[in-house]
Design a protein around this ligand. Structure first.
Ligand SMILES: *[C@@H]1O[C@H](CO)[C@@H](O)[C@H](O)[C@H]1NC(C)=O
Ligand SMILES: *[C@@H]1O[C@H](CO)[C@@H](O)[C@H](O)[C@H]1NC(C)=O
Length: 288
């Protein structure tokens, strides 16, 4: 190799490393549910906007969304959406109140399972979690592709909790036919001890409740109440992410049977699978 070739190789490498530094991440949103969902996105304050804030995703379909480098925000799935008599787009769960498919800066009305991200945060790490702090509406799995530096673990809530939901938290489908969501105790009752507000505004005072434990037992890696950080926050650097709604059992088997991924807790509590399946009414959303 002559000198000139070497130096151009060097320039090329510099070029590549520069651009991998500033590369945006990609989110692959996958709908494995038996029914259509409408993913919604909310960007955090002071973060770059996305090219889409909501779209339709038919069963079995996926869509890749390019996410700006230091984006932070959340995404969720909306179910049972339609255009109502006043021509507004409305959903029975996860509705963002925009009246349109695009959420345009509006968040999900609880209860909704949330995927939360802060990309390229402290120490250059991405922070991500699946949160049931605002309740639950759909099973969701986050799988990390590539990346390094953190635990890079899969996380999510893989069980159908709409059927198993305690009756006082349950949100019924309009016109009957099962549950469309499971509220958090904070949302349902508003007590400071459930919301970790007021006198309960610190981690050592606000403890898990029997309601938050219902979520935690079923979905050990998901956030079950406001101060559930230690077992629910995951990190990785320079990764892409797959966000899958209604992950099928074989996917979960593959993920939770996989190599030790550094997480303290299992992705699914196997002893809850049976309980959840007894109550499961996943079919109710898919219509007849
Ligand atoms: C699994 O569920 C059982 C029954 O609800 C519970 O006692 C146990 O603590 C759960 N395990 C985990 C890891 O959450
Ligand atoms: C994942 O790694 C981060 C540090 O990068 C740590 O703070 C967090 O507790 C870990 N999460 C779990 C659930 O082990």
């Amino acid at each position: 190799m002559d000198r000139r070739h070497l130096s151009s190789t060097f320039v090329l490498l510099l070029f590549i490393s520069f651009f991998s530094e500033v590369n945006p991440a990609s989110f692959k949103i996958v709908n494995k549910c038996r029914h259509t969902i409408w993913p919604g996105f909310l960007s955090g304050a002071n973060t770059a906007h996305l090219t889409t804030t909501g779209f339709v995703l038919k069963p079995g379909k996926s869509r890749i969304v390019t996410i700006p480098k230091s984006w932070s925000g959340r995404l969720w799935g909306r179910t049972l959406c339609r255009v109502d008599s006043s021509r507004k787009f409305v959903c029975q769960s996860g509705d963002c109140g925009s009246g349109q498919i695009e959420c345009s800066g509006n968040g999900a009305k609880p209860p909704a399972t949330l995927a939360e991200f802060t990309l390229n945060g402290a120490g250059g790490l991405d922070f991500y979690d699946v949160s049931l702090v605002d309740g639950y509406n759909l099973p969701m799995l986050i799988v990390v592709k590539g990346g390094k530096g953190g635990n890079c673990s899969a996380t999510g809530c893989l069980l159908d909790l709409n059927g198993a939901c305690p009756s006082e938290l349950r949100v019924a489908r309009q016109n009957g036919g099962g549950g469309v969501g499971c509220r958090s105790a904070c949302e349902a009752f508003g007590d400071p001890e459930y919301c970790c507000s007021g006198a309960f505004g610190t981690p050592n005072v606000c403890r898990p409740s029997r309601y938050s434990l219902f979520f935690k037992h079923a979905c050990p890696r998901a956030y079950s109440y406001a101060y559930d950080d230690t077992t629910s926050t995951y990190t990785c650097a320079g990764a892409d992410y797959v966000i899958m709604f209604c992950p099928p059992p074989y996917t979960s088997q593959k993920v939770f049977g996989a190599r030790k991924d550094g997480a303290l807790l299992p992705l699914v509590n196997k002893s809850m699978i049976y309980i959840s399946s007894l109550h499961a009414n996943g079919a109710s959303l898919s219509g007849k």
